[in-house]
Ligand binder design. Structure first.
Ligand code: GRG
Length: 292
């Protein structure tokens, strides 16, 4: 199977599983489940769940054991996007090529859909997984990464930094939490569920930290020079919200060099896994060249 076939195979399995984890809409609070489903089952890249499944496989585990955790992670990522688009945060009208959740369902339902996805994530990670080795540690890893010491803390630094020119050190810290923490957790959970070998974990962490930086730099570049149609959201949102980004601090050319540099560091970390990491190598290169 070539890279594209494996990637679309993973995405199909993830999306089928996500559908299965959503509760029925046939109830008095069906409106919020429609809003959850609208945002969860759309055109996301599914990067984080793919990383979890693939790290589990590379570490010699059965990737199917990692599916509830991979889906939980995608639910948390989706909740963060719904809340991030709200008028009190980024106030973005479009997401993944369609009206953002609050534009389609109203602010009240969007807020509640985000909250519900966060809780559904932990129901999913904990419901039928007690017999899977590493399940407890994987769920803890996810909780920590998405909480105040991880993604939410990064978001707080971001909110406090709006309208200011922040030093590179603060920008790095913000993104290592806001974007990096979930990417790191994706890799860590895969390794934990794949056998929890210390050396595997160390190499996976080195990979994920560098991938997270490269991913965010490309995200910042696309917000300036991307194609709105392909991105599925308007460009220039960072400038409109007066955000410091890798592009505003480094300039476009240097930002591109940094994206190459951190991608190279991520690829170096994969050397430890030998040819078992070939799929991840392709994925890493694809993310650097992505247009959305
Ligand atoms: C609790 C009110 C409240 C808000 C929380 C935590 C949070 C808001 C927002 C998280 C921060 C955030 C949106 C970070 C951006 C990370 C990022 C680069 C997202 C885009 O990821 P992709 O490109 O998206 O993987 P797709 O659409 O492909 O899944």
């Amino acid at each position: 199977m070539n890279f594209n076939e494996r990637l679309s195979g993973y995405i199909t399995e993830i999306e089928d599983a996500l559908k299965g984890y959503l509760p029925s809409q046939d109830c008095l609070y069906g409106d919020v489940i429609k809003a959850m489903s609208y945002s969860l089952l759309d055109a996301g890249k599914r990067l984080r769940p793919v990383l979890t499944l693939e790290f589990c496989r590379v570490c010699s585990g059965d990737y199917k054991n990692a599916m509830p955790f991979a889906c939980a992670l995608e639910m948390i990522h989706t909740y963060s996007l719904i809340h991030d688009d709200l008028p009190c945060l980024d106030n973005d009208d479009m997401r993944r090529g369609k009206p953002s959740c609050h534009k389609a369902f109203g602010e009240d339902m969007a807020l509640l859909a985000g909250d519900s996805l966060l809780n559904l994530a932990f129901e999913t990670a904990l419901r039928d997984t007690a017999d899977i080795p590493g399940a407890h540690l994987a769920a803890y890893t996810l909780a920590k990464a998405s909480g105040i010491g991880g993604m939410i803390g990064g978001q707080v630094i971001g909110v406090q930094s709006e309208g200011k020119r922040i030093p590179m050190e603060t920008l790095r810290k913000m993104h290592s939490q806001k974007t990096g923490a979930l990417i790191l957790a994706a890799a860590e959970m895969g390794c934990i569920l794949g056998g929890n070998n210390e050396k595997d974990l160390a190499a996976a962490r080195e990979y994920a930290v560098n991938l997270g930086i490269a991913f965010q730099i490309v995200d910042d570049i696309l917000d300036v020079v991307g194609d709105q149609q392909l991105l599925g959201k308007p460009i220039g949102s960072d400038a409109a919200n007066e955000k410091s980004t890798y592009v505003t601090l480094l300039g476009l050319e240097k930002a591109r060099e940094y994206a190459d540099l951190y991608t190279a560091k991520a690829l170096d970390a994969l050397e430890y896994f030998g040819e078992k990491a070939d799929f991840m190598r392709e994925l890493t290169k694809m993310l650097l060249k992505r247009n959305h």
